[in-house]
Design a protein around this ligand. Structure first.
Ligand code: DTR
Ligand code: ZN
Ligand code: ZN
Length: 458
């Protein structure tokens, strides 16, 4: 942490690095010089500036690659390159562990305006229109019917929120509704009941930030394809048009986990992991650039003090988390039983810089490792109010299922914090950028992680 908070840094664990026991051992090709490290010197190296610098890089990577860092895309590949290059610069040897899975996700493959008035070629998937949800792959070619739109932007529209909006709707057409007033899944259900083959939700157009493409969350399964469109495209379609669209499964995703090891003296290891992939709808800075930054800085600062812990520390940057914990599941599955037993603890770091944070330590998982109390006590000693979290919603789940003990850190997603506002209002959205981070909380969580790692590994 930076000096501002460093002066309240107490609870230092003195870590005995047993280099003396392995006289003549070499690490990073030079003789070991540091025999004793206290966690304070490692924690002092973990600054909010360093953490935020990683997040800025990840955001720039997303920006240069279509706005996201989703598994199987160029944005994720560039993220792996970045983290790998940081680790290598610090002296680590890295390993890329390739795997593939079938994504159950859907993708808007094509969207075209057809027919006499078509302005073909001008509509771009991802920029003008994108998929919000679709259960099945689908192909729809149909006329578009506008449903109670307000193109003046002078009132809240109830477009598609009421069954009466669909009176006279020609069954088999595509419903064009406008964002606002009720949930997307209400508009979808009413449209589907009225016989719509697909639903296009155009942006509201009543404010500058309600004109472009948007990422909408459907809480219900999409029985028909539901698309999000810009206000301008909606206005064009409202004039009357015919659309041909194709929704398909992206199919096999080929991607990789990135792994780096700080060797220990014996065979036992602490595995520390964060998912490096994000969702398709945004740059994924709190989810999960924040966890990546915390794990990466821990690795870099341990290397900077030339630490050799008693237990090995394995740093893992998973892929495929957002599609179903695929990277961590693959990792656990390819371990032998002996390798699984040699893992002292798996520490998971997913979303630790939430802008409206609640500092949570995983406990009560049914597979707890006592290090959770060490991390909690460390946070408390910094004056942080903590609570525990018992979730299986992230990459620790496959470890728990293999009866490996776990803990981890978390500061909140879209569920409300005690003050009533969501922990992260930009969860899985385009606004999950560097401004969606509480840097101080991120620093505190990264410190707690490094402190927990040192306390177990030493
Ligand atoms: N599944 C995570 C976000 C998430 C939601 N709740 C928790 C609890 C503990 C860790 C992570 C999470 C994601 O979207 O990546
Ligand atoms: Zn996550
Ligand atoms: Zn997520």
């Amino acid at each position: 942490m930076e000096p501002r908070t460093k002066n309240i840094l107490i609870g230092t664990v003195t870590v005995l690095l047993a280099a003396a026991l392995i006289a003549g051992a070499v690490y990073f090709n030079r003789p070991r010089v540091v025999a004793v490290v206290d966690s304070e010197s490692v924690l002092a190296g973990i600054t909010t500036d360093n953490l935020m610098a990683h997040l800025k890089e990840l955001e720039a990577i997303a920006e240069a690659n279509g706005g996201n860092r989703k598994a199987g895309t160029a944005g994720h590949a560039a993220s792996v390159d970045y983290v790998e290059q940081q680790l290598k610069k610090a002296g680590y040897t890295t390993e890329r562990q390739q795997f593939s899975y079938d994504s159950s996700g859907r993708k808007l493959v094509s969207f075209e305006m057809v027919g006499p008035s078509a302005n073909s070629g001008s509509v771009e998937v991802g920029t003008d229109v994108d998929l919000m949800g679709a259960f099945h792959p689908d192909e729809v070619t149909a006329d578009v019917t506008a449903v109670d739109l307000n193109l003046e932007g002078d009132r809240q529209t109830t477009s598609g929120c009421e069954a009466s909006d669909f009176e006279g709707f020609p069954r088999g057409n595509i419903a064009l509704v406008q964002r606002g007033t009720c949930r997307f899944d209400v508009k979808m259900s009413l449209a589907a009941e009225a016989g719509a083959r697909a639903v296009i939700v155009m942006n509201q157009g009543d404010a500058a930030d309600r004109r472009g493409i948007f990422v909408g969350d459907l809480s219900e399964i999409a029985t028909v394809p539901v698309l999000a469109a810009t206000f301008d495209l909606g206005a064009e379609l409202a004039a009357g048009g015919r659309v041909a669209l194709t929704v398909d499964s992206p199919g096999a995703v080929v991607t990789e986990n990135l792994i780096a090891d700080l060797p220990g003296l014996g065979g036992r290891t602490v595995v520390v992991g964060a998912h490096l992939d994000g969702v398709g709808g945004g740059p994924g800075i709190n989810d999960n650039g924040s966890g990546v930054a915390a794990v990466l800085e821990t690795a870099l600062q341990l290397a900077a003090v030339d630490a050799q812990p008693t237990l090995g520390v394995r740093f893992a940057f998973w892929s495929g988390e957002e599609d179903g914990l695929y990277g961590s599941t693959h990792y656990v599955q390819q371990l032998s039983e002996a390798e699984r037993r040699a893992i002292e603890v798996y520490l998971n770091v997913d979303m630790v810089g939430s802008p409206n944070p609640v500092a949570r330590v995983y406990a009560g998982t049914g597979s707890d490792h006592p290090v959770w109390e060490v991390m909690r006590d460390h946070l408390r000693a910094q004056g942080v109010t903590t609570s525990t979290a018992n979730f299986d919603l992230s990459d620790h789940k496959p470890f728990m299922e293999a009866r490996i003990r776990v803990s981890g850190l978390y500061t909140g997603a879209d569920e409300p914090s005690p003050n009533g506002a969501p922990g992260d209002p930009c969860y899985h959205q385009a606004c999950d950028n560097v401004t969606n981070i509480d840097p101080e909380m991120l620093g505190l969580m990264a410190d707690a992680l490094a402190h927990g790692v040192l306390s177990v590994a030493s």
